[in-house]
Design a binder for this molecule. Sequence first.
Ligand SMILES: Cc1cc2nc3c(=O)[nH]c(=O)nc-3n(C[C@H](O)[C@H](O)[C@H](O)COP(=O)(O)OP(=O)(O)OC[C@H]3O[C@@H](n4cnc5c(N)ncnc54)[C@H](O)[C@@H]3O)c2cc1C
Length: 326
Amino acid sequence: MTPRLSLETNQQQLKQLADAVSCPCIFDAPLAEHSSWQIGGPADLLLQPENADHVASVVRFANNRRIPLIVIGQGTNLLFDDAGLRGIVLKLGHNLSRIAISNHRITAEAGAWVPGLARKAMQAGLSGLEHTIGIPGTIGGLVLMNGGSQRKGIGDNVRRVWIVDPEGRLLELSREECSFSYRQSALQGTGAVVVKVELECEREQPQRIRRTMLEDLRERRCKFPRKEPNCGSVFLSTSEMHASVGPPGKIIEGAGLKGMRVGNAEVSQQHANFIVNRNGATSEDVLGLIAHIRQVVHEKIGFELCCEVRYVSPDGEILPAHRANI
Ligand SMILES: Cc1cc2nc3c(=O)[nH]c(=O)nc-3n(C[C@H](O)[C@H](O)[C@H](O)COP(=O)(O)OP(=O)(O)OC[C@H]3O[C@@H](n4cnc5c(N)ncnc54)[C@H](O)[C@@H]3O)c2cc1C
């Protein structure tokens, strides 16, 4: 995200930043508490901005001083390193989560929690977000990942996105400029911070929307592990893959890897595309297990599995977890 001079960040500069921006900040923030995998060492500084101006100030500060900066929502698609992060985490959560509805359009700040947003749309009789009801992240993270379920993506409903660019400027982008495709958007890897989103929905009876959402939640409860910490689907599942070799969960199960363990990371017994933390797993355990699954699947069917889950290195690089160096 940021050009870097070294892994060392200057504690004095971070204190200066914390004093300058009037938003909640935590020094030496344990990242395990900000990831649904519950894995990760301390970040030098974690800030929770309350408006786009806070975001812009932090981005400008970090970039001018070449301090690594990452943006997170709920950390439901992220594997932090056991060594943590030598830099700044900008966490967009409940401090930046206002939602407004006008006719068939919804405007949501980036930190809005996706299931809460989907429920608000249902109450207003707006259809289109039913498939997101069980996704536990923020709308900012969902837009960046073009996340969704039932082979849909949130990009289908996006009308406009407001970002803070790496220079700290607030820009408005159209859906076309975001170039959404399966679990991808043009925003990925650019250093853009999504601060607000406008979604377009269709009118429908709330009862019908509610029924669809309840079905989705019921199916998830049966299929996905619920008790052990996890980050959702680990490997990408594209349409081409479905047509040729099938979904990743089936492939991994077919390769005899259900229940396979490295340290305290385990391929879920319930759904083989989930890796669960069996109490005290490390990032090394998870990366080791990912590497092992990819190797076995490649040997058995000659297919290269790619990760949907992102790994965050101690110097702030975010990349698909299978590309992490271990
Ligand atoms: C139990 C479970 C079920 C899941 N089911 C699904 C599913 O059905 N479909 C699906 O698509 N995903 C699913 N996920 C994965 C995850 O919830 C989504 O990818 C979600 O959109 C990530 O949101 P987040 O706020 O947690 O983002 P994070 O995990 O915090 O971040 C993910 C990526 O987005 C970036 N990011 C986050 N917020 C912003 C922002 N405001 N601006 C710029 N970049 C940002 C981060 O830098 C990172 O690269 C599931 C996860 C879990 C734990």
